[in-house]
Write a protein that binds this ligand. Structure first.
Ligand code: XUL
Ligand code: CO
Length: 441
């Protein structure tokens, strides 16, 4: 097999003093942090779509980067060249997982049968490539948003024919995910929403989305899929309003329709910020509900109102993300770089450097999150902040769910005006964060 990324070496850990742009400064896969190796803490994944398919085109101009990998786009030869490129890329970066949509793998054909035959061929090819490597599938999904048939949604479409087409795609994408040993299966409802309520029956649409998910669970389990299904919340873009607005909304939806045992969240940083939350917020909401499954690890630009899918460089954010993940006991999924190079960063070397940046940002975030936990000042402060509950009989009863309103009222009357609940000490805690992050200057 001819080398595709010639002159781009295997990326190694060289340490924080290295100035080699193609070396890791912080990601040292075998380094042990809080009892596990960095490799175990950080199951990094490559997104097939951004890394191997997207050439940087936008609504104002054509692509700027060459993703032909020596073959003509739109052919099966190109589909295989992308597999070759992807595997060489992952092996050179030491990435152990990949994520895909059905039509990232092969060009869609005129009929379902023909597209499925192409998917059979390419997944055979991928399976062959996986042999003798550490590379595994993190999750698969069906693209139910690009083709014009999905203009009014997939599960939420007004057309039953479109609904059935979506079902066919999910069925095959699940087959492919199971064949490749995927840990998870994602639903991102890009077109599951509305532009105007004037033409939309929200209840009808949400019930249909739930039905489609139930069918997927029942089919997936019938073919031996034991992993998690994920909802990836996003509030808007491409639709004006998307039903899976944020983690809270998606969790409520799953519970309403009895899907919460089979589904978890796939939280994407830039989706959380589009919903007006921090990344940490949606991670925390998922974790406290036992539904933090996987993460799409990217970063948005808060000056822009859309999904920029940047490679993460903000270590404050990666630290808070890894803090949530460590506190939740780790991920059953992984950290998928649903991220793309900026359009002017258009060389193959830029693809490598983007992953070096992303992986190092998360490695540093992990190191710093572990340091925050070991330092203990933040945890102790939070524990102390709620101590009045543990420290009183009525507090214990409230926590146990056995107190009544009348009892609380009697205690309030007996105690008189409450003492100050105490300072929130936000500035002190932010200073602790900075001290842990930057240490000695
Ligand atoms: C879109 C997005 C998707 C999902 C998979 O914003 O994040 O790429 O991750 O469909
Ligand atoms: Co995503």
């Amino acid at each position: 097999m001819a080398e595709i990324f010639q002159n781009l070496p295997k990326v190694k850990y060289e340490g924080a003093d290295s100035k080699n742009p193609l070396a890791f400064k912080y990601y040292d896969p075998d380094r042990v942090i809080l009892g596990k190796t960095m490799r175990e803490h950080l199951p990094f994944a490559m997104a097939w779509w951004h890394n191997l398919c997207a050439s940087g085109s936008d609504m104002f101009g054509a692509g700027t980067s060459d993703k032909r990998f020596g073959a003509e786009p739109g052919t099966m030869e190109h589909a295989k060249a992308k597999v070759d490129a992807g595997f060489e890329f992952m092996q050179k970066l030491g990435i152990e997982y990949f994520c895909f949509h059905d039509i990232d793998l092969v060009p869609e054909a005129a009929t379902i049968q023909e597209t499925n035959a192409r998917l059979d061929e390419i997944t055979d090819y991928i399976l062959e490539k996986m042999k003798g490597t550490q590379i595994k599938c993190l999750w698969g999904t069906a693209n139910m948003f690009s083709n014009p048939r999905f203009m009014n949604g997939a599960g939420s479409s007004n057309s039953v024919d479109v609904f059935c087409h979506a079902a066919a795609q999910i069925k095959k994408a699940l087959d492919c995910t199971v064949k490749l040993g995927g840990r998870g299966y994602v639903f991102w409802g890009g077109r599951e929403g509305y532009e105007t309520l004037l033409n939309t029956d929200v209840k009808f649409e949400q019930e249909n989305i739930a039905q489609l998910m139930k069918m997927a669970v029942s089919y997936g389990r019938s073919i031996g899929f034991t992993g998690d299904f994920y909802i990836e919340p996003k509030p808007k873009e491409p639709m004006k309003h998307q039903y899976d607005f944020d983690a809270s909304t998606a969790i409520g939806f799953l519970r309403q329709y009895g899907l919460d045992k089979d589904f978890k969240m796939n939280i994407e940083a830039n989706h959380a910020t589009l919903a007006g939350h921090s990344f940490q917020h949606d991670l925390r909401i998922s974790a406290i509900n036992g539904m933090l499954g996987s993460v799409d690890a990217n970063q948005g630009d808060l000056l822009l109102g859309w999904d920029t899918d940047e490679f993460p460089f903000d270590v404050y954010e990666t630290t808070l993300c890894m803090y949530e993940i460590l506190k939740a006991g780790g991920l059953t999924g992984g950290l998928n770089f649903d991220a793309k190079n900026r359009r002017p960063s258009n060389t193959h070397e830029d693809m490598f450097q983007a992953f070096v940046l992303g992986m190092d940002s998360f490695a540093l975030g992990l190191i710093k999150a572990a340091a925050l936990i070991e330092d203990g000042r933040i945890d102790n402060f939070v524990k102390e902040r709620y101590a009045s509950y543990e420290g009183s009989d009525i507090g214990k009863k409230i926590r146990a769910g056995s107190a009544t309103l009348a009892e609380c009222a009697a205690i309030a009357a007996q105690n008189g005006a409450p003492a100050s609940p105490g300072s929130g000490k936000q500035e002190y805690l932010e200073a602790v964060m900075n001290q842990i992050l930057f240490g000695r200057a």
